[in-house]
Ligand binder design. Structure first.
Ligand SMILES: Cc1cc2nc3c(=O)[nH]c(=O)nc-3n(C[C@H](O)[C@H](O)[C@H](O)COP(=O)(O)OP(=O)(O)OC[C@H]3O[C@@H](n4cnc5c(N)ncnc54)[C@H](O)[C@@H]3O)c2cc1C
Length: 323
């Protein structure tokens, strides 16, 4: 690692001001589970001179529920979210998604803010500098997206609107978008689904900080399921994950929210699948049809057609599990 200055911030205003004054030469650090790997491999063309530590800001890790729903501070640790009694009881899908991230060591350090703001995991983007020089791919300002001509088994099956085919790697994003979460930053409040962009990943400006995530109370009678497919079950990113929230009354589906992760540069809402379920009996045939519709517009690359089949089955299983 190259040397950098480490500054403990005591307020979000102070942290934002440090970022602003650095003119792009400072980075925020929360748990560090993503950022320190990036610095070790020296993958970014501009190495930060300063890391602004958010862990020293009091109260930014709080988890509270009020009449509107759940409020999670950006510094709340994944292990605290996975084990929180209120979240396990009333927002179980979020607890399951947080508990599915990596392994205990990462969950004990990693924060929800860092999870939503983490960088993508594309092999070419992440290619370590010490292994013969970093790859300046499209996302880093180059002209080529290497996934198009090389191994692309883990990349997007729904294209890349800005030419980058890296998928959004966050497990929690999928479940939070399905729950209709919103986020607050030092500058604005937005629906979480609008927080993500294909490239660079989020809407955050260089001196903007994610401070809180709000999750509305689940509707009366709603049920949810979160399923994650990965190679190594004890520690791995999703090859596909699916979050499903259904409100079923008298056996019929009244509301549906289905979101897929690790299949596109941002969390992918399966609107067609949601529409086909509304007003219907949620049985095997309806879930199968929804799975087919959810993947009907997929445009897989040369080596990732298998993801389409996995996603189709996961959507069906998540619907049946929720119902
Ligand atoms: C071995 C391993 C396995 C992993 N497996 C998974 C997995 O299965 N699923 C998954 O979802 N993730 C996985 N991760 C990725 C990730 O490290 C964690 O999900 C973690 O939540 C990141 O949080 P952090 O607090 O450590 O982030 P940091 O590393 O501190 O920060 C990550 C990025 O977010 C920025 N950032 C942090 N907080 C804020 C904020 N409040 N506002 C604005 N920007 C901010 C930082 O500047 C940095 O760019 C894995 C990581 C490792 C090392």
């Amino acid at each position: 690692m190259k040397p950098f200055q480490h500054v403990n911030a005591s307020t979000t205003d102070e942290a934002a001001s440090l970022l602003h004054k650095s003119r792009g030469k400072a980075k925020l650090i929360a748990g560090g589970t993503d950022l320190l790997g990036i610095l070790t491999d020296d993958i970014l063309p501009a190495y930060p001179r300063t890391l602004v530590n958010l862990k020293t800001i009091p109260g930014l890790d709080s988890i509270k529920e009020d009449s509107k729903g759940l409020r999670i501070g950006a510094l709340a640790k994944l292990s605290d979210i996975a084990g929180h009694p209120v979240i396990k009881d009333r927002y179980p899908m979020i607890a399951r998604a947080a508990g599915s991230v990596a392994m205990p060591q990462v969950r004990n350090m990693g924060t929800i803010g860092g999870n939503l703001c983490q960088d993508n995991r594309c092999w070419y983007y992440r290619y370590p500098n010490h292994l013969g020089g970093r790859l300046i791919c499209l996302r880093k300002g180059g002209t080529i997206c290497y996934t198009l001509t090389r191994d692309n088994r883990l990349d997007s099956i729904f294209g890349g609107p800005e030419g980058c085919f890296a998928v959004c790697p966050s497990d929690i994003a999928t479940s939070l978008v399905a729950m209709g979460a919103t986020v607050t930053t030092t500058r604005r409040a937005v629906a979480l689904q609008d927080f993500f962009t294909p490239s660079p990943g989020t809407i955050l400006d260089a001196d903007e900080i994610l401070t809180e995530i709000q999750v509305p109370r689940p509707r009366e009678g709603s049920r949810s399921a979160y399923l994650k497919f990965r190679l190594r079950k004890s520690i791995d990113f999703a090859m596909v994950n699916v979050a499903c929230v259904l409100t079923v009354e008298g056996g019929l589906c009244r509301e549906a929210s289905i979101v897929l992760g690790a299949v596109a540069p941002t969390p992918w809402r399966a609107k067609g699948a949601e529409d086909v379920l509304r007003g219907r009996l949620v049985d095997d045939a309806a879930a199968e049809e929804a799975g087919q519709i959810a993947l009907a517009n997929a445009t897989p690359l040369t080596m990732n057609k298998y993801k389409v089949a996995i996603a189709r089955v996961l959507v069906k299983r998540a619907i049946l599990a929720s119902a």
